[in-house]
Design a protein around this ligand. Structure first.
Ligand code: GLN
Length: 304
């Protein structure tokens, strides 16, 4: 397949397209990013790397980090993990509080903020040096020791984290948060402030497309049966209240972040990451979704 040619066509289509999305501004530091940034990196198991645009520039991975955090937690725990967080789509915005009240502090899934905060709490309890160990984990699956957080984004989110603090307080009242709220919030904001490029995310996401193994050295990071579950949760919950729409249009498991990134995978075939900061009203990259829809259409390679 002529992947580079297909990417070039997608680039031309995206450049001609007028985005109506808005760059995230509720974390003030994120609003400083140019809305024009656009990059794609496709990493195929059989034929290697293809890309265009700003694919090597690092951006704030934000909620894409929730996939890595779940992976780390699942490497340390078995099914007992899912007593504290469910695996159902929420149908609500990523930072919504409503379901938590009538579902007794058990978040719908690990990819909405409430669920990710429970995963942060679990990692804090289980890791010796939570921040360092978690960053080290991402560096190892991305094969890149220079990956780090953006301090300005970290400080910026710290000033505006009232909603996440509310989620933590509510869950603590139901005894589903064990550590101090401030400590959990700090770790969560740290993980969201990690910066990676499309290329680095595509390399790190290869474990989800390759049965839990890195492609370059074949290291088994997580058992295939656990990878299958993470992919299922990405498919059903990776895009909050737009998970159905993403499945419908793109047809791949994936995860978005408010930094404008989307990482997606086709098991046994490829990983792909898109970065375009303007977000649609549901908080997902508008052009990113369009680019992935065109990729699965033009290659004929979706999981359905
Ligand atoms: N740090 C962001 C928040 O908690 C992440 C949200 C996202 O990327 N959807 O609001």
């Amino acid at each position: 397949m002529e992947y580079q040619k297909i990417l070039n066509q997608i680039e031309a289509e995206l450049t001609a397209k007028q985005s109506t999305g808005q760059v995230a501004s509720y974390i003030p530091e994120l609003s400083k990013i140019s809305s024009k940034k656009l990059g794609v990196h496709l990493y195929c198991i059989n034929s290697g790397h293809y890309n265009f645009g700003d694919s090597t520039e690092r951006f704030s991975i934000q909620s894409i980090s929730k996939v890595f955090a779940l992976t780390k937690a699942m490497s340390l725990l078995d099914d007992e993990l899912f007593e504290r967080v469910d695996v159902e789509p929420s149908g609500d915005p990523f930072n919504s509080l409503v379901q938590l009240e009538y579902e007794q502090g058990i978040p719908r899934n690990p990819f909405i903020n409430a669920g990710a905060l429970v995963i942060s709490d679990i990692l804090i309890s289980l890791l010796d040096n939570p921040k360092e160990d978690f960053l080290r984990f991402i560096q190892s699956i991305a094969h890149n020791d220079s990956i780090k957080i953006n301090n300005e984004v970290y400080e910026s989110e710290k000033k505006y984290s009232h909603r996440n603090a509310a989620l933590l307080n509510l869950m603590k009242s139901f005894r589903n948060i064990k550590n101090d709220i401030e400590v959990v919030l700090d770790f969560y904001i740290f993980q969201c402030a990690i910066e990676m490029s499309c290329e680095e995310l595509s390399i790190a996401f290869m474990i989800y497309a390759n049965q839990g193994k890195t492609l370059s050295d074949g290291h088994q990071v997580l058992a295939p049966r656990k990878i299958k579950r993470i992919n299922a949760i990405m498919q059903t919950c990776g895009f909050y209240d737009e998970a159905g729409e993403f499945s419908f249009r793109v047809g791949l498991p994936g995860k978005s972040g408010v930094g404008g990134g989307i990482a997606a995978i086709h098991p046994g075939q490829y990983t792909v990451t898109v970065w375009s900061p303007p977000l649609n009203p549901k908080g997902n990259s508008e052009l990113g979704m369009y680019a992935l829809e065109r990729l699965t259409t033009l290659t004929g390679l979706s999981i359905f």
